[in-house]
Ligand binder design. Structure first.
Ligand code: NAD
Length: 422
């Protein structure tokens, strides 16, 4: 279980708290409210895996399907030691709202396995992934529930999921997962998509406040898929990245980092981020969040900004690359400080948007050029940003609640059209 934070809610309670506020503001009918509050299905699987040493170990895995109202379930699979059902349930609900915000025809789902991928060999990870998939094969499918990568999983994991599913259903069904390698029905631009979407949101906010990219100091926590891509793209675009961190710790340098060199250090040479030679000041990965900057991007994990530390956040724009990095108890402090929040269900929706493009391309059997993918992503993100900000300004709510209202309203309208099947 994730370490509980004194005085804070669990991740799911935190997600639910925002849903409650938005549902109240929207005046959601009680029946619709009840329907959307609960997931459609929660599955726990016990996964036997033969380890390389010949021993057998049972791992616990989950798949939560929150909603299929607007389309098949969509959501990543997380491999991490602190995965819990509560967390997967929250992440599944966020996927429903996220797909609603960017208006793509998916519902929400999420999966997770309690394991430490860094301690398992590649072949152990393959056996774990295949058995997890086999146990869920009846529930996955391009029209049912479509997984993708998340923390601890990657394009190789998705290739194994696709192959296992294909063996069971006896047809090469590439559209059953997204975030696959390019050689296996993956989409151009998917790897960078979440980071690119985060940057597009930042660009929009920077333009709104008439700031200049070159003058913006940016701190990014997390240097995985989301964090490293957003740092690379923003560095290329002229932003100054003054703080970076991963699970091993943080680095701060007010003159800015040469991000391609950091990337080569971490990914080319497999070295620890805080040991980067032209480094700067070493500090804790969480401590970095409290250094002054213009844009703060938590892109690692949940519960980083809490009621206990939100008063220390010192930025103009808080752009959530991770899911749930700010607890609901921290929302009011962030609001009182006048920080412009770009909430997770908007800011990191670039990943699921290009996953949607991947699903479309797989089903068409026709693939787009990277430029087309990026242009379409840009359109979706810019339009979603404008809608959220417009809603927030006209209804005098913060961007987070505006994004929830926009999404809940879209799901509610679809639900009303479908009616309740009894
Ligand atoms: P990842 O496993 O590729 O990278 C996670 C990064 O965070 C790593 O650099 C890791 O060292 C670091 N990290 C983990 N715990 C940390 C901690 N306590 N302090 C500092 N750094 C820490 O995962 P990812 O795919 O980049 O996902 C990161 C976040 O973004 C998650 O919340 C995920 O749900 C969310 N997200 C991911 C995608 C996607 O397309 N991958 C899409 C939307 C949202």
């Amino acid at each position: 279980m994730p370490t509980p934070i004194t005085g804070e809610m669990s991740v799911f309670e935190s997600a639910e708290a925002r849903f409650e506020i938005a549902a109240r503001k929207l005046g959601l009918e009680p029946g619709l409210y009840q329907y959307m509050k609960y997931p459609e299905r929660e599955i726990t699987v016990y996964i036997p895996v033969a380890l390389d040493n010949g021993q057998m170990q049972i791992f616990t895995g989950y798949r939560v399907l929150h909603s299929t109202v607007r389309g098949p379930g969509k959501g990543g699979i997380r491999f991490a030691p602190d995965v819990s059902l509560d967390e997967v349930r929250a992440l599944a609900a966020w996927m429903t709202w996220k797909c609603g915000v960017v208006n793509i025809p998916f519902g929400g789902a999420k999966g997770g396995v309690i394991c430490d991928p860094e301690k398992l060999s590649k072949s152990e990870l393959e056996r774990l992934t295949r058995r997890y998939t086999a146990q869920l094969v009846d529930w996955f499918g391009p029209e049912r529930d479509v997984p993708a990568p998340d923390i601890g999983t990657n394009d190789q994991t998705m290739a194994w999921v696709m192959d296992t599913y294909a063996m069971h259903v006896r047809s090469a069904t590439t559209a059953v997962v997204t975030g696959k390698p390019l050689d296996l029905g993956g989409s151009q631009g998917r790897r960078e998509a979440t980071g690119r979407g985060v940057m597009i949101c930042c660009d929009k906010a920077v333009a709104k406040f008439k700031m200049k990219r070159e003058k913006c100091r940016v701190i990014v926590q997390g240097f995985g898929n989301v964090g490293s891509n957003v740092a690379m793209l923003m560095h290329e675009a002229g932003y100054k990245i003054i703080g970076i961190a991963d699970i091993h710790g943080g680095l701060y340098n007010e003159n800015g980092f040469d991000i391609p060199k950091v990337h080569e250090w971490v990914y080319g040479q497999s070295k620890k981020l805080p040991d980067f030679p032209a480094g700067g000041e070493k500090m804790g990965a969480q401590e970095l969040l409290f250094r002054p900057c213009d844009i703060l991007i938590p892109a690692a994990t949940e519960n980083q900004i809490t009621a206990a530390n939100a008063h220390r956040v010192d930025c103009r724009i808080l752009c959530e690359g991770a899911n749930g990095p700010t607890t609901s108890h921290a929302d009011s402090t962030i609001g009182q400080k006048g920080i412009f929040i770009l909430p997770d269900i908007l800011a990191n929706a670039g990943g699921v948007t290009v996953s949607y493009f991947e699903w479309v391309q797989d089903r068409q059997g026709f693939f787009w050029r990277e430029r087309e993918v990026n242009e379409r992503l840009q359109d979706v993100m810019e339009q979603s940003f404008d809608q959220v900000v417009h809603y927030a300004e006209t209804h005098r709510v913060d961007n987070r609640i505006a994004a929830y209202i926009l999404a809940i309203d879209r799901v509610a309208r679809a639900l009303k059209l479908r009616g309740f099947y009894a």
